[in-house]
Design a protein around this ligand. Sequence first.
Ligand code: SF4
Length: 337
Amino acid sequence: MDKFRSQIIDIVDKGRLGQGLEDDEILQLYSTDPESPEAFYIMWAGRQLQRQAANNIAEVHAQIGLNGSPCPKNCQFCSFAICNGVRQGKLEMPLQDVLEYIKIYQEQGANAILMMVTATYKFEKLLEMGAAARAVMDKELPLLANTGDMSLEQAQQLKAAGFNGCYHAVRMGEGVTTTIPVERRLETIDNIHAAGLSLSTCVEPVGPEHTPQELTEKTRICINSGALSAGVGKRIMIPGTMLAKYGQLNNLVAGRNVAVYRLAAGLKPRLNCAGGTDLASAMGANLAWAEMGTNPRDTEERTEKGGRGVDIAFCKKVFNDAGWDVLEGPSPGWILD
Ligand code: SF4
């Protein structure tokens, strides 16, 4: 056996113990040829460790995009970014529609619900939407927010309005292909924790141009973030966006990446997200997102109407087809005191 192959096998076998990996080891796993036998050993091991971490149970979380107005933060991968010129004019969901989405998701059996807004959405309005949603939601069903960077006071206001957690990430290319400094993202993550909110995060959006070094760096940030869900999500190529020229990762690379994340992080957190691709689910991702309303990965006004948004039944089928059971009822652990 050649030296490189035996090194990869040793690293994977260490990762299979569930204690996590060092940065240099993570880097080697992300550097493997996705078509190689070593990559398939990584994917097998990632899947087995994920099944152990989550007792073979997957979850489907449900996103509602509340607005789609052009956003000055100019993240070059996002359909809302002004620099991409994909979206025009103000677009906001009325409360009545948001509550209808909540009703649909509860009936379909979402394990958690998330409200997504762009950085231009009025914070007070998000608080109002959250409070109105919370009033009609099952008390045990987690309500999360995906919003712009925020102060501790704002994070506390989210909690008071009835949100239980936030999605927040230091994205690939942060500060280079976005206008937001990494430090600002990290401050917000600290504020989320300090306010008593749970955190959902991810290494995303990963494109073909990203190096194993950056994947390793962002993986370490995710591992250190104290999140209840993490993983590695590939970027969806949106025609017209500045990063569209790089194309999109194939599902084999996405599957290898999600398996690497599992081995890198050890047994926690139990939820490993990869955007719900079939192969990533087979290789160990156990968190997928249903999507309705606006969507930064889409150009439709309502992603569920002819866009890329999928419903909860679709996500459950992907998981069942990949050998996962799917949780019935609210996702545990998100509602903190
Ligand atoms: S990712 Fe968020 S902050 Fe960045 S442009 Fe899109 S909506 Fe704005």
